[in-house]
Write a protein that binds this ligand. Structure first.
Ligand code: AMP
Length: 525
């Protein structure tokens, strides 16, 4: 790749992010200035006005939780009224407020930021890490997203990349990237399951790999199942122990619980390596007389396993769903790839082996496998396939995780592209006027599986306007809904009578308002 700019692959994680690139045919996971290959996806806004991003911001989450933004990926591209944002507003220590168009903003030190700005700051940090390592600019990137991200979440992630000064060549699904990391160049013919248990989400994807062709057969996920659930469970266990030790409850003290959750996470990770662990939490609370109270907590892995088994069990309900879609049984899978920090838990590995009736593959670091795949995909996008000695290129055949459709007059959901359809794909439908002299037709676009349109995720609105005034039903507009290889929705319309493209007359209003986006660009990252 002499003389060519390196494309970087970024795994933009909920908890941690990874950047990798291919140099002379070899993948490098890029370390930061202190040698760390994983970077916390955290942005801390300090009192002096400076902003710290990455591992340096981790400590701020403990000492100044109100001004430290983590888990932005859970919020990006979601509507303020969604269940996920409501949960976040209740549970997160930082402020999430409603912006225009129902999009959430975080409020820190008197300033409001869009979620793409926060994720953009993390991406900028990853870009800087890569540039320092390469000693050259790295402005082209492949960014990974969860397979079940909808159109708005993908658009917002791409916007985050643009705000970070990146040209986002492709948005790739995380499990597809993981499969690439394992299977590319190995010339295998196998059905692979990617079992991805991260900090906040769980995903399962079944792929058929034949040589360089990676075809996703089915994918399913739970956006509120992850390592955090174990931390919460363990923190509650600690609350109980504290109450038993002191006869005093700190249940309603959010600061104490936040501290316990941090300790719980460390303890959980320790228990992945050891059978038992002890922790001392100093001055967790003060009693009625002002006396500080500590918590001494001793725990063994077996008792934590017993308390957490049901959380892991929930992941298999999602696996059942994906296998059903794929028309397969768990035992039909030829290999299971583990992705995400939570798969380091011995109990997770044990239960996965039991469910699939085979030991999972663990050669690659579960934290890095997605970033590695993104780098492989990135490198392939800039190779001229017709050049002499061009290396073989992977072919990714992905699927859309949710059905795409429009709302009917009676409020039902009319599916145009079903869930798990191979992408890129398109579907056309003819729409017409319902009253005489109607010059505008409005279509509400949704993604989801409910028969009732409003119960799905609203992506936006398309307005076909400037139509010829005519008796109802006479003007016919053919609308084509396309899902591109980034999993994003593209809509075009054509007047059937004249054949004229109506694309310029389409107005998809989803996401942040124009002035909010302009403010993000202007603020810079
Ligand atoms: P990810 O989103 O893939 O970065 O995964 C982050 C999650 O993995 C967090 O909930 C971590 O607490 C969890 N995690 C990381 N390392 C371990 C470990 N050794 N044992 C258990 N959980 C871990």
């Amino acid at each position: 790749m002499a003389g060519q700019e390196h494309v970087i692959g970024i795994d933009l994680g909920t908890t941690n992010s990874v950047v990798a690139t291919v140099i002379d045919g070899e993948v490098h996971v890029i370390p930061d200035e202190s040698g760390a290959r994983l970077q916390a996806s955290i942005v801390a806004f300090l009192q002096d006005g400076s902003i710290v991003v990455g591992n340096g911001a981790r400590q701020e989450a403990v000492v100044d939780p109100g001004n430290t933004i983590y888990s932005a990926k859970r919020l990006i591209g979601r509507h303020f009224s969604s269940k996920e944002i409501k949960t976040a507003v209740q549970q997160f220590p930082y402020r999430v407020v409603k912006g225009k168009n129902q999009m959430p903003l975080v409020e820190v030190r008197g300033e409001r930021y869009g979620l793409p700005e926060i994720s953009g700051m993390v991406l900028r940090r990853m870009k800087d890490i890569a540039e320092r390592y390469l000693g050259a600019p790295a402005s082209q990137a492949v960014i990974t997203v969860p397979a079940n991200f909808n159109d708005t979440q993908r658009q917002m992630t791409k916007l985050a990349g643009n705000l970070a000064g990146l040209d986002v060549l492709r948005v790739v699904n995380e499990p597809t990237a993981a499969a690439l990391a394992y299977g590319f160049g190995r010339d295998i013919d196998a059905r692979i399951a990617i079992y991805d248990f991260g900090g906040g989400t769980f995903d399962i994807t079944i792929l058929q790999v034949r040589g360089n062709v990676f075809e996703v057969v089915a994918t399913a996920g739970d956006t509120f199942l992850g390592g955090d659930d174990f931390d919460n469970r363990l923190a509650r266990y600690m609350l109980l122990a504290f109450k038993q030790q002191h006869g005093f409850s700190v249940e309603n003290d959010p600061m104490a619980f936040s501290r316990l959750k941090q300790v719980a996470e460390k303890l959980k990770c320790e228990l992945s390596l050891k059978d038992r662990a002890i922790v001392n939490v100093r001055e967790l609370a003060v009693d009625a007389s002002g006396q500080p109270l500590d918590l001494r907590f001793q725990v063994d892995r077996a008792s934590v396993d017993e308390r957490c088994q049901d959380i892991i069990q929930r992941s298999f309900l999602v696996c059942d769903e994906a296998l059903r879609e794929a028309g397969m049984k768990a035992a039909d899978v030829d290999g299971v790839v583990l992705v995400g920090g939570t798969t380091r838990m011995p109990l997770v590995r044990e239960m996965v082996a039991e469910y699939f009736r085979r030991e999972p593959m663990t050669e690659l670091n579960p934290d890095e496998v997605v970033g590695i795949g993104a780098a492989i995909q990135g490198a392939s996008l800039v190779v001229d396939p017709f050049a002499a000695n061009a290396p073989p290129q992977p072919l990714l055949l992905d699927v859309t995780p949710m059905s795409l459709g429009v709302q009917t007059v009676s409020g039902f959901f009319d599916v145009l592209i079903p869930r798990n359809a191979s992408i890129p794909c398109d579907q056309s439908r003819v729409f017409t006027t319902t009253v005489d002299d109607q010059t505008t037709v409005r279509l509400q676009i949704y993604q989801g599986e409910s028969k009732v349109a409003a119960e799905n995720v609203r992506l936006g609105e398309i307005e076909l306007y400037g139509l010829r005034a005519a008796p109802r039903g006479e003007v016919k507009i053919q609308v084509t809904f396309e899902i591109d290889s980034d999993g994003m929705v593209v809509v075009t319309a054509r007047d059937r009578e004249t054949g004229i493209e109506q694309a310029t007359r389409i107005n998809v209003s989803a996401g942040y308002s124009q002035d909010e986006v302009e403010a993000m660009i202007e603020r810079g990252i």
